[in-house]
Design a protein around this ligand. Structure first.
Ligand code: C5P
Length: 322
């Protein structure tokens, strides 16, 4: 605010409000290994950041405070369970500071939608507080803090495209040529990620294949999929999209089958559930077909909103002060 701005001492480098913009993601490959002893699943996870963003602002305050805006702000927990609050506390503890910061989340990424919206807010809060508090945490250490907060948080900081191994937190950046066009069909209400993983295990047990690390082969990235990204070849990427959590998400939310069908009927090259869902992602040829398919999806009545966008998108980026 104006008054906060003018309260800065002359010549001070301190800033009153820091804002960071962080993208959503889709997993173009999500291959799920067996359940590990620590409760996580080994993954071969190919992340692509896409152009839906949350903005996280940090302002010095007398005490910790979290606020949120945007059409779905009411669905965001504003207590200490919020991943953005946990991020600020983690960084403060690391540097021996009080976590006295007002965090504001301007929400555009679907809540509990399988697009890493909560992870985006955590990565954004870390970077915003690190800038506000001038703690200058090295990039490698920021990525470690991200991994402590959640499996998808390091990728939210990094952006672009990356292979995630381990539980998804061990990242290797991937080369991508050009941009891919997408439509995201946003559902009413979210899905809980742990529940979707549990359903995946249950379906594997029911199919008699077992769900433990001994019975499920270690997941590997598909060479054809990495080649499609490198070549910028949407048709080849469409042929190799894969999400092992999709059967579980559809089992918990059978209506998603209709959304997936509607997107393909409306001209998508291919569709898949994004991460643990319920958002469905459709790969498109170009921006025009993305706009048309978004219209048709909305008209089909199988989703609450349909958003055309592109990926890869840059990772967490400081937008204020510039
Ligand atoms: O890492 P994060 O806290 O986001 O994970 C949330 C939950 O999702 C975990 O507690 C676990 O149940 C499930 N999960 C998993 N395997 C992964 C990542 C997440 O089983 N690789």
């Amino acid at each position: 605010t104006q008054s906060a701005q003018s309260s800065q001492p002359p010549g001070s480098t301190a800033t009153s409000t820091v804002t960071v913009r962080v993208p959503a993601k889709v997993n173009v490959q999500l291959s799920v290994g067996g359940l590990r002893a620590d409760g996580f699943h080994g993954l071969a996870n190919v992340f692509l950041a896409v152009g839906l963003y949350d903005s996280i602002s940090a302002t010095r305050a007398e005490a910790p405070l979290l606020t949120a805006s945007g059409p779905d702000a009411a669905q965001i927990p504003l207590d200490d369970s919020n991943l953005a609050v946990r991020a600020a506390r983690l960084l403060a503890r690391r540097h021996g500071l009080a976590p006295d910061v007002h965090l504001h989340i301007a929400k555009d990424v679907p809540v509990a939608g399988g697009m890493a919206g909560g992870s985006a807010d955590a990565a954004g809060a870390l970077l915003a507080c690190d800038t506000l508090w001038e703690t200058r945490t090295p990039r490698e250490e920021l990525l470690e803090l991200c991994a402590e907060l959640g499996s998808d948080v390091p990728f939210s900081l990094l952006g672009g495209a990356a292979l995630g191994r381990g539980r998804g937190e061990i990242l290797t950046p991937l080369e991508v040529t050009g941009t891919f066009h997408w439509v995201f069909a946003i559902a009413d209400g979210g899905l809980s990620t742990p529940e979707v993983y549990r359903e995946c295990d249950r379906l594997r047990e029911a199919a008699g294949t077992g769900s433990g690390a001994a019975s499920v082969p270690d997941p590997e990235p598909a060479p054809e999929l990495l080649a499609a990204l490198r070549a910028g070849d949407a048709d080849a990427l469409a042929a190799t999209l894969r999400n092992d959590l999709q059967p579980a998400a559809v089992s918990l939310r059978p209506a998603l089958a209709e959304t997936l069908e509607a997107g393909v009927a409306a001209g998508a090259l291919a569709g898949l559930v994004s991460g643990s869902g319920p958002t469905c992602a459709f790969l498109m040829n170009d921006a025009d077909s993305a706009a048309r398919t978004a219209q048709a999806l909305l008209a089909s009545g199988t989703c609450r909103a349909a958003r055309p966008t592109t990926g890869p998108a840059p990772g967490a980026t400081l937008v204020r002060p510039l």
